[in-house]
Design a protein around this ligand. Structure first.
Ligand SMILES: NC(=O)c1ccc[n+]([C@@H]2O[C@H](COP(=O)([O-])OP(=O)(O)OC[C@H]3O[C@@H](n4cnc5c(N)ncnc54)[C@H](O)[C@@H]3O)[C@@H](O)[C@H]2O)c1
Length: 246
């Protein structure tokens, strides 16, 4: 029997990419899955929710609790991108990206914590990024939002460890999701751009959403009770390896 049988997992941004793969992985392991997303999920119980709207978040969590009776795992995964240096994005863009990527996780955690306290195996997993800890060109706003998520993960892990609530992050490298597909479509030569992204990876290929989902499942799994306040890289080795060829 899977460790997720009978548990309820809330996944934000669970209708696409990494979130959809995580939702599928939890469902395969017997969990009740509640997807909170701007777009409804075709595969799981879901409710439309903009994580930038506190009222929508509270109503969506209440609806999931009414449907399944509680929340055991929260996967804070919804996120949006931004391109540019610190000179390129307007204040409006900064507020929007931080509102979704950072405050979205704050709002959902706040709404779920009373329910997590009722769970025998509570866990929160936040999706951060390699951009949280490595300086990437043209990603000032996005990196700042994910760096804040990284710090928030550690602070929340400290705040809630005494209550038995584990808080961890997964840090994907470039993953083959619709998000990256949209970026490639905007390139002058999408095939060449994809080849460039693949060549950047020590593994020579992009990370799959299923590989990130597998790490999210690991971090949420009740058997891994000693794992809290950590960030697990699933990035094909980009963060840690220096490959010198020849
Ligand atoms: N794809 C990558 O290379 C990569 C790398 C590192 C980190 N990430 C992170 O992984 C997460 C998922 O990315 P993905 O590549 O699967 O993207 P995606 O665009 O395929 O999926 C994102 C999902 O989030 C939803 N969403 C967006 N804004 C929302 C909002 N305000 N409220 C509710 N839902 C919202 C979208 O509707 C979509 O279903 C993001 O947090 C992203 O920053 C992605």
């Amino acid at each position: 029997m899977s460790g997720f049988e009978g548990l309820t997992v809330v996944v934000s941004g669970g209708s696409s990419g990494i979130g959809a793969a995580a939702a599928a992985a939890f469902a395969e392991r017997g969990a009740n899955v509640a997807v909170l997303d701007l777009n409804p999920s075709e595969a799981h119980w879901s409710t439309r929710c903009d994580v930038a709207d506190d009222n929508q978040v509270r109503l969506a969590v209440a609806a999931a609790v009414e449907q399944f009776g509680g929340v055991d795992v929260l996967v804070n995964n919804a996120g949006i991108g931004a391109v540019g240096t610190v000179e390129d994005n307007s204040d409006k863009q900064w507020f929007r990206v931080l509102d979704v990527n950072l405050l979205g996780m704050v709002r959902l955690s706040r709404a779920c914590l009373p329910h997590l306290r009722e769970s025998a195996s509570p866990a929160i997993v936040n999706t951060t990024s390699i951009a949280a800890t490595a300086g990437l060109v043209n990603r000032a706003l996005y990196s700042a939002s994910k760096g804040a998520v990284h710090a928030l993960t550690l602070a929340m892990a400290a705040d809630h460890v005494a209550e038995g609530i584990r808080v961890n992050a997964v840090s994907p490298g470039t993953a083959d999701t619709p998000w990256v597909g949209r970026l490639l479509e905007q390139a002058d030569d999408p095939a060449a751009e994809r080849a460039r992204l693949e060549a950047r990876q020590p593994t020579g290929r992009l990370v799959t959403p299923e590989e990130v989902a597998s790490a999210i499942v690991y971090l949420a799994d009740p058997v891994n009770r000693a794992v809290t306040g950590t960030s697990l890289a699933v990035d094909g080795g980009v963060a840690g390896l220096r490959i010198v060829k020849g």
